[in-house]
Design a protein around this ligand. Structure first.
Ligand code: BGC
Ligand code: BGC
Length: 852
C-alpha cells in the first residue's frame, strides 16, 4: 500500500473515468484477469467522427519485399518472442541476460539515466552498453529467430543526457525563431550526436500545442498555435531520420524519430500535466493533430502516446484515437510506444497487467521497472486470446517494419556504426554553430527604451543575476538530469555561458564586462545587464498555478540600478510566458532569452555591437505564445481574449532594433496575487462546495464523481445521510475487500497557501473503526502529494458519536498548498464505516493530529 494514492492525478471529475491513485499496490497481483473482467472495465464507448480527420500521405511507401520478409519472420516467431518485442524496460532495470531470456525488443534510458549510473559516462561507455544489448538480442535461438534490439532516448534539445553534447534552445524558443530550415539542421546534427553513443532512436520531436502555459512542459512545445508546430514537426523528423526515398534515410547518420505525445498533451485543463483534455474532436484535429500530419508525411516511424485523457478516456487505452484514427485513418504504419508506464492508469489496468493498452493499439509498452510480470501477463493474455493473435502480430509487424527500415538487421553491432564512439562529433563546432544561430534567432525583444540595445562598443558593462554564468540554468529541464537540476558549469564541457559569450564580444569591441551576480560594483558601469528567470524543471514538477514570475530578488536589483540612474537591460530566462510587469517597468530594455542551451554566445551576438559600433545581428524572434498582462490570464490567453482582457503582447510580437517600444515604465503592477486572504476555507458543509467534487476511486483506476445520494465503486460505498438537516452528511463505508478512496477534487488548482498555519478540520462519526491504516492526503498532481495516517485518531474516537477531528496543515507540508487538486482524500484497504460532516480549514488551538 505504500504507493497508494502516490502518483496518479485525480481524474477530472466530470467524466467519471480514471482515478487518482496508483495501481502499484497491486504489483503482487498474480497473472491475468479474465476477459470478462476486462470487458467490464471498458464502460465508455470510444468513438467519434473520422471524417473530421486529415489523411496525410507518407512520403515513405511500404516495400512489398520487406513486408514478405516480415511475414516470414512472424510465421517463425514463438509467442514469447512476439511478446518480448512489445516490452521496453529501462536500462537501470534490465540485465543483458534478461534481454536474451525475454527476447526484449527495445530498451530506453530515461531522463538522467546513464550507463552504469555514471553521469560522466564517456561515448565509449554508451557504445559498450549498446553493444551489450545488441549482442544479447542476437543470441541464437532454437527456432532460428534473432531480432536486433533498439534503444530509445530523450534527445529533446540535442542529445541531452550526454555530457559534452550540443544542447539547443528548448522548443518554445525555436518556435519564436520560426525557421523550419533551421529545425531540420538541428534534427540532423542531433541525430549525429546520438549516433556517437550507438543509440538509434530519439523520443522527439514533441509536437504538443500547449494551450495553457501553466503546464510544466510548455517549453517542450514549439507554439500555442498549430501552424508552427505543423511546419516544424515534419522538418524535425526529416532532420533526425533523413529524407524518405533518399539514400540517407535512416542511414547511420540518422536515427528513428518519435512524434509525441499523442494526442492532446498540450490541451489539458488547467495545464495540469497528465491531465484531461476536453477539446471537441474538431478542436483536437485543428489544434493538437497538426504536428502528426506533417510528421507522418515526412515518414515518422514512431508515435508516443500521451499520459493525458481525452474527454474522460485515458489515451493509453484509446482504441478510437490510436487505432481507428492514427493507424487506420491517418495511415500511420510505424509503431506506437506507450509512455513511462502510462498504461497503469487505464481503468482496469495495473502497471503489470494491461491487455487493454495493446488491444487499443499500443505496440510497445514502455515499462521501465517491474516489467517481468507485465511480460508474463501479456504472454498469458496472448495465449488465452484476450489479446487477439492478429493484434499481437500487427504490433510485432510494426516493430519489425521499423527495425528493417532502420537497417538494424544488416547494420551489425552499434560499435560498427560510422559515428559510434567518435567523441569529437559530440558538441562538434559545426553543431554548436547551428545552436548559436538558433539562440540568436529565438531571442525576443519586448522593450528597448531609448534604443539602449545593442550595447555600444567600449561600454563598461556590469553583468548581474543568477543566470549570468550558470549553464544549467540557461539549459533548463532535460539537461543531463531529468529536471535539469543539480548541474554545475563543468558538467557542460565546451559550452558557453552568457557571461562567457559577452566577455568574448566585449574583448572584440573594446568593452569591459564585469561579472557580479549580486550586482555589487566598485566602478559605476555604463549599463547593467541582469540575467534572471525560471530555474530548471520538467514534467510534473514544472506545473504552476499562475503565470507569475514569483521571485522578488531580481526586481530589487533592477530597481536599485534604476534608482542610481544606471540603464538596465533584463535578459529573462524562461520556459513560458510569465507576468513580469514590475520587472518590465524597472528595465530600460527587456529581452526574453528562453532557455538557450549550451551556446550562450548567441545572446551577445545580438545585444552587443561590433568594434565599429555596427549591429551584428538584429532581433528576429517573435513570440509563439501570447504574453500575459496579468498572472491569472491562463487559461484563455492562447485564445487571445477580447478587448481589455487581451495579452500584454500578442503572439507574433517581437521588436527589432528599428522598432520603437510599445510599452513605457507604467505597466499596471496593481494586480495582487489572488492569494486567499481568507482565514478559513470550507470544503463540505451540507453539500460539497465549489470548486470541489466528491469522488470515489478503487484500486484499479476506476473512479466516479458522486452526483446523487448513493454511489458505490469497488470496495467503497457512499450515502447521503442526515445529521442536522436532511442529507447534510456523507456516510462512507469501506468493505475491506480492496483498497479504495474517497475525496474532494477540483478541476483547476486551488491556492490554500495562505492557510498553511491552520488545520484541516472535520466532524466525524465513526460507526465502525478502521481495521487497517487510513490515510488522509492532500494532492497537487502526479507525484505531488502529502499524506498522514489518521488511523489512531479514528480508532480513539468514541464509537458512533460526533467528534471533531483536526489535522494540522503542517502535516501536508510536502504538498504544494498553492496548487492543490484535492485538500482531502481518504484511503484504506481495510474496513471502515464513518459519517463526515463539515470539512473545513480553520485555526484550532491544538489539532488532534499534529506534525512538528
Ligand atoms: C515523458 C516522455 C519521455 C519518457 C521517457 C516520460 O515521463 O513523458 O516524454 O519520453 O518519460 O523518458
Ligand atoms: C525518468 C524520466 C521519466 C520520469 C517519469 C524519471 O525517473 O528518468 O525519464 O520521464 O521518471 O516519471
Amino acid at each position: 500500500m505504500t504507493q497508494f494514492l502516490k502518483r496518479n492525478l485525480p481524474h477530472l471529475p466530470v467524466y467519471a473515468a480514471g482515478v487518482w491513485m496508483l495501481a502499484a499496490c497491486q504489483s503482487a497481483a498474480t497473472v491475468v484477469s479474465s476477459p470478462a473482467a476486462v470487458a467490464a472495465t471498458s464502460a465508455t464507448t470510444m468513438s467519434g467522427n473520422p471524417a473530421l480527420w486529415p489523411k496525410p500521405i507518407s512520403r515513405l511507401a511500404k516495400d512489398p519485399a520487406m513486408e514478405k520478409r516480415i511475414d516470414a519472420l512472424i510465421a517463425k516467431m514463438s509467442l514469447e518472442q512476439k511478446v518480448g518485442q512489445t516490452i521496453q524496460p529501462e536500462i537501470r532495470h534490465i540485465s543483458l541476460t534478461d534481454v536474451s531470456k525475454y527476447h526484449i525488443g527495445s530498451v530506453l534510458n530515461g531522463g538522467g539515466s546513464f550507463p552504469g549510473n555514471d553521469k560522466f559516462a564517456k561515448a565509449q561507455d554508451w557504445v559498450a552498453l549498446a553493444d551489450g544489448f545488441y549482442k544479447a538480442s542476437m543470441q541464437p535461438s532454437a527456432n532460428g529467430v534473432v531480432i536486433p534490439i533498439m534503444w530509445g532516448t530523450d534527445a529533446v534539445h540535442g542529445h541531452n543526457n550526454v555530457i559534452g553534447a550540443t544542447l539547443y534552445p528548448h522548443n518554445i524558443a525555436l518556435g519564436a525563431a520560426n525557421n523550419p530550415g533551421l529545425i531540420k539542421q538541428i534534427g540532423a546534427a542531433t541525430a549525429r550526436e546520438i549516433g556517437v553513443t550507438g543509440i538509434g532512436w530519439s523520443f522527439a520531436p514533441t509536437v504538443a500545442v500547449a494551450r495553457d502555459a501553466r503546464w510544466g512542459r510548455t517549453y517542450e512545445s514549439y507554439a500555442e498555435s498549430p501552424e508552427i508546430v505543423k511546419a516544424y514537426a515534419g522538418k524535425m523528423v526529416e532532420g533526425l531520420q533523413g529524407e524518405p526515398g533518399t539514400k540517407g534515410f535512416l542511414s547511420d547518420q540518422h536515427v528513428i524519430a518519435t512524434a509525441k505525445h499523442y494526442i492532446g498533451d498540450g490541451g489539458t485543463q488547467g495545464g495540469i500535466d497528465r491531465g484531461q483534455t476536453d477539446a471537441s474532436e474538431a478542436e483536437l484535429v485543428r489544434l493538437h493533430a497538426q504536428g502528426y500530419v506533417s510528421a507522418i508525411e515526412s515518414g515518422v516511424q514512431t508515435v508516443m502516446v500521451s499520459f493525458s485523457s481525452w474527454r474522460g478516456d485515458r489515451m493509453h487505452g484509446h482504441k478510437y484515437l490510436l487505432t481507428d484514427i492514427l493507424k487506420d485513418h491517418m495511415g500511420f504504419d510505424g509503431l506506437v510506444v506507450g509512455d513511462w508506464s502510462g498504461h497503469e492508469f487505464v481503468p482496469g489496468c495495473t502497471r503489470n497487467n494491461c491487455a487493454q493498452a495493446i488491444n487499443a493499439g499500443i505496440d510497445i509498452f514502455m515499462v521501465p521497472e517491474d516489467w517481468k510480470l507485465l511480460y508474463e501477463n501479456t504472454l498469458a493474455q496472448a495465449r488465452s486470446g484476450e489479446i487477439p493473435q492478429a493484434r499481437l502480430d500487427d504490433a510485432v509487424r510494426r516493430i519489425l517494419r521499423v527495425k528493417m527500415r532502420a537497417g538494424l538487421f544488416e547494420r551489425g553491432a552499434p560499435s560498427s556504426y560510422a559515428l559510434a564512439g567518435k567523441s569529437e562529433v559530440l558538441g562538434a563546432a559545426a553543431h554548436r554553430d547551428i545552436a548559436r544561430q538558433a539562440v540568436r534567432e529565438s531571442l525576443v525583444l519586448l522593450k528597448n527604451k531609448n534604443q539602449l540595445l545593442p550595447i555600444k562598443a567600449g561600454s563598461k558593462i556590469l553583468l548581474a543575476g543568477d543566470g549570468a554564468d550558470d549553464i544549467g540554468k540557461q539549459a533548463g529541464g532535460w539537461s543531463i538530469s531529468w529536471q535539469g537540476t543539480g548541474n554545475v558549469n563543468s558538467d557542460f564541457p565546451g559550452a558557453t555561458s552568457i557571461y562567457q559569450g559577452m566577455a568574448a564580444a566585449a574583448n572584440a569591441n573594446g568593452s569591459r564586462v564585469t561579472l557580479s551576480v549580486n550586482g555589487d560594483y566598485q566602478e559605476r558601469p555604463d549599463v547593467a545587464v541582469v540575467v534572471f528567470g525560471e530555474n530548471p524543471y520538467a514534467e510534473m514538477q514544472g506545473d504552476i498555478s499562475k503565470l507569475d514570475f514569483a521571485s522578488d530578488k531580481e526586481l530589487q536589483l533592477l530597481k536599485k540600478f534604476k534608482a542610481q540612474g544606471i540603464p538596465v537591460v533584463s535578459l529573462f530566462i524562461t520556459g513560458r510566458p510569465l507576468w513580469v510587469n514590475p520587472e518590465l517597468n524597472a528595465s530600460d530594455a527587456f529581452a526574453v532569452i528562453w532557455q538557450p542551451g549550451t551556446e550562450g554566445a548567441g545572446v551577445a551576438d545580438v545585444i552587443m555591437r561590433d568594434a565599429k559600433n555596427g549591429v551584428r545581428f538584429d532581433f528576429k524572434g517573435k513570440l509563439a505564445f501570447a504574453w500575459p498582462a496579468r498572472p491569472d490570464q491562463a487559461p484563455g490567453l492562447a485564445e487571445g481574449k477580447g478587448e481589455g482582457d487581451g495579452p500584454l503582447f500578442p503572439r507574433g510580437y517581437g521588436l527589432t532594433y528599428a522598432d520603437k517600444s510599445s510599452v513605457g515604465d507604467d505597466l499596471s503592477e496593481a494586480w495582487q496575487l489572488a492569494k486567499q486572504s481568507a482565514q478559513t476555507a470550507t470544503i463540505f458543509k451540507n453539500r460539497t462546495l465549489e470548486p470541489w467534487q466528491l469522488m470515489l476511486a478503487d484500486d484499479l483506476n476506476h473512479s466516479k464523481t458522486v452526483t446523487s445520494n448513493v454511489a458505490s465503486l469497488g470496495a467503497i460505498s457512499y450515502r447521503a445521510v442526515d445529521r442536522l438537516v436532511q442529507e447534510d452528511a456523507i456516510q462512507l463505508q469501506w468493505s475491506g475487500r480492496a483498497a479504495a478512496s474517497a475525496g474532494f477534487f477540483a478541476k483547476e488548482r486551488v491556492d490554500y497557501s495562505a492557510l498553511a498555519a491552520k488545520a484541516l478540520v472535520f466532524d466525524v462519526r465513526v460507526k465502525r473503526a478502521p481495521t487497517a491504516e487510513v490515510k488522509l492526503a492532500m494532492n497537487c498532481g502526479t507525484d505531488c502529494l502529502a499524506e498522514r495516517s489518521i488511523t489512531q485518531a479514528l480508532r480513539q474516537a468514541k464509537p458512533d458519536q460526533w467528534e471533531t477531528l483536526s489535522v494540522s496543515m503542517a502535516c501536508f507540508a510536502t504538498a504544494k498548498l498553492d496548487m492543490l487538486l484535492s485538500p482531502f482524500a481518504l484511503s484504506t484497504s481495510g474496513e471502515l464505516d464513518m459519517v463526515l460532516h463539515h470539512v473545513r480549514i480553520e485555526a484550532v488551538p491544538a489539532a488532534s493530529v499534529r506534525c512538528p
